[in-house]
Design a protein around this ligand. Structure first.
Ligand code: NAP
Length: 308
């Protein structure tokens, strides 16, 4: 197998998911229903602005109506909660997404907990977290749902296999582990207190890295033939690190020259790829799946709310 054949191509899977969603939206629109996503963007975090722009663009491409509610960094907790209440009450709104992080000092749990669970397309509301825990249908977090979809569509068997998830956040690690468990994997969750991470990770037939630490996972963390999924995203802005992570990789260096940075993951791709049977690249791996699953969740919410 060449390195190219090993790649778990997130762009390809995201395009397939989007095509399915677009077809569903077309059917719904034919029946007079236009799914609608409302995004709350508070403050002026540049990365958040880019993410929200990508979400709105994806909605437009798939026929989903989208509205972005921009609020100043000085927005009060009360104002945020009033807006969520209004969106909850608006019968035309199918999905509500509050872009994180909120401006400093705002209580994001209080805001997220206020979202109607039926419109909670991020799947962060405790009601939906509980449904996921129990394996009951609900709205589930987009990034781990995207990883499950990638594994499924690439024909990677999960049932009965040993899976290690590195990271235990509420957004990625924990829901990822729960979804894998429901898919009948034997799951180990690692975190910053895990002793001898490499030894635990080497047990994995499927290794999911979601630690938010650049190149944490090296060759000694990966068993020969493992499937490696890299959720981490890091902007690398220093040349020496780019040269260390991607030695002799003219393409990466070219990107660095033209853009002043390259993206890299939690996995040291150069070191790990030769050992892995399949591996996601960064960029072009898990990243594109998150927005695709957000679109899928919005349509799901629309169907469930409207009983179609
Ligand atoms: P997070 O909230 O910072 O959580 C990181 C987790 O990794 C924590 O549970 C932490 O353990 C664990 N960890 C940190 N250092 C570790 C180490 N040395 N060994 C073992 N575990 C370690 O991050 P997150 O929100 O889950 O995101 C993780 C990564 O995914 C980030 O790079 C983020 O940018 C990326 N991400 C990508 C997408 C996408 O669409 N592609 C979406 C979401 C997130 P403790 O709990 O003990 O602190």
């Amino acid at each position: 197998m060449t390195d190219q054949d090993k790649l778990l191509d997130g762009n390809r899977t995201a395009a397939a998911i989007r095509a399915d969603v677009a077809a569903e939206v077309a059917t719904l629109r034919g029946a007079g229903i236009t799914p609608r996503l409302d995004v709350v963007l508070a403050g002026d975090d540049p990365a958040s602005r880019v993410y929200v722009g990508s979400k709105a663009k994806a909605c437009g491409e798939l026929g989903i109506e989208s509205h972005t509610h921009e609020l100043p960094a000085a927005v009060t907790q009360r104002e945020l909660e009033v807006l969520v209440d209004q969106l909850n009450a608006d019968r035309e709104v199918d999905g509500i997404l509050v872009q994180l992080p909120l401006p400093a000092g705002r209580d994001s749990h209080a805001v997220l907990d206020r979202i109607d669970p039926a419109k909670d397309v991020d799947g962060f509301h405790p009601h939906n977290v509980g449904l996921l825990q129990q394996g009951r249908p609900g709205l589930v977090p987009c990034t781990p749902a995207g990883v499950m979809e990638l594994l499924r569509r690439e024909g990677i068997e999960v049932a009965g296999r040993r899976v290690v998830v590195v990271g235990r956040s509420d957004i990625v690690g924990k829901p990822m582990a729960m979804m894998l468990l429901h898919a009948h994997a034997t799951v180990t969750i690692c975190h910053s207190r895990t002793r001898d991470l490499a030894a635990v990770a080497r047990q994995a037939e499927i290794l999911v890295a979601a630690a938010g630490r650049l190149a944490l996972i090296g060759a000694d963390h990966v068993a020969e033939g493992a499937v490696v999924v890299d959720v981490g995203v890091h902007r690398v802005e220093d040349r020496a690190t780019v040269e260390r992570l991607f030695p002799g990789n003219a393409k990466k260096l070219g990107t660095f020259e033209s853009r002043g940075a390259v993206l890299a993951g939690d996995v040291d791709f150069t070191a790990v790829a030769p050992r892995a049977s399949r591996i996601t690249p960064v960029p072009g791996g898990v990243g594109p799946l998150t927005i695709a699953m957000l679109m899928a969740n919005t349509v799901r919410a629309a169907r469930r709310r409207r009983g179609v």
